[in-house]
Design a protein around this ligand. Structure first.
Ligand code: AKG
Ligand code: FE2
Length: 280
């Protein structure tokens, strides 16, 4: 996995690595210790109750109703300005404008906290390909040659093999396919290891999963899903945020919330509130 810093970021090389290379890169030191500490404290506070909803990729160890050791915190934009600053970091915006098109949007921003002893996930691909185990539900001929997803993991605790750093199979993004048992994922995988403040950026068709946390510390990350402007986002963020958030949002945040892209729209004037000619 190629490693960059904010100063050495090479957009063309990163786009090439995401599409044709490993499918993942690491950008180290993108966020300050203060930002990491603030984000982590908010996530820890909001995930103290074990009832936070987990992902559809939740580990088998939790399926029996025991206390969840993998916890999600949703709707982060409403929980602290630090998360808006993270989502709109200029280095990420610059890379993603090239990768997903200049008007790309955000489909989800959530935290994943894996407690000590917490489980990993099944190997998978991410939204909007997450159900590609049923390829017939997607358009015929769909492949990964142009991206409809980019994933950012902002690392808030040391990501090591022991603590369950995200596993991925380098190069698996080149062929859009859901990983099978016969793909021997766990024998072939590399790990997205990093320090708090680092960012793992990957193309979500790369086979990957969280791994079990065998360390003594929590393993927190902010997971951001970015999409091209025309893909229906996974979370309805504008509906979950107060109007004041929208009113104060930066131009980049308005773009990420999809506010620049108006569809679907009612294009029939009679239905759009023009009562002239409306049939009662
Ligand atoms: O937390 C991680 O390591 C990865 C999480 C992930 O891939 C997901 O929830 O889709
Ligand atoms: Fe994932």
């Amino acid at each position: 996995m190629q490693r960059y810093t904010a100063d050495t970021v090479n957009v063309d090389a990163i786009v090439d690595a995401l599409l044709h290379g490993d499918g993942a890169v690491l950008i180290s030191g993108l966020f300050t210790p203060d930002q990491v500490a603030e984000a982590r404290a908010i996530i820890m506070e909001h995930s103290e109750a074990a009832s936070e909803k987990v992902t559809h990729f939740q580990g088998a160890a939790e399926a029996d109703g025991t206390i969840s050791l993998q916890r999600r915190v949703w709707n982060l934009l409403a929980k602290g300005k630090v998360f808006s600053d993270m989502a709109t970091h200029p280095v990420l915006m610059r890379i993603l404008r090239r990768f997903l098109g200049s008007e790309f949007i955000m489909g989800s921003i959530a935290a994943n906290r894996i407690l000590p002893g917490g489980p990993g996930q099944e190997p998978h691909v991410d939204y909007p390909y997450w159900d590609f185990h049923a390829p017939e539900t997607h358009p015929i001929g769909l492949n990964g040659s142009f991206p409809m997803n980019a994933q950012v993991s902002i690392i808030l605790d040391p990501f090591t093999e022991e603590s369950g750093a995200t596993a991925f199979v380098p190069g698996s993004q080149r062929e859009l396919r859901y990983p099978q048992d016969s793909d021997r994922f766990f024998e072939r995988c590399a790990r997205m290891e990093g320090e708090p403040g680092d960012v793992a950026l990957f193309y979500g068709v790369t086979w990957h999963c969280a791994m079990p946390n065998m360390s003594q510390h929590d393993r927190n990350a902010v997971l951001i899903q970015y999409l091209p402007k025309f893909v229906k986002p996974m979370e309805d963020m504008p509906a979950a945020l107060p109007q004041s958030f929208m009113d104060e949002a930066s131009a980049d945040m308005r773009q990420l919330l999809g506010l620049n892209y108006p569809y679907p729209e009612v294009l029939d004037a009679a239905k759009a509130g023009n009562t002239e000619g409306r049939v009662a």
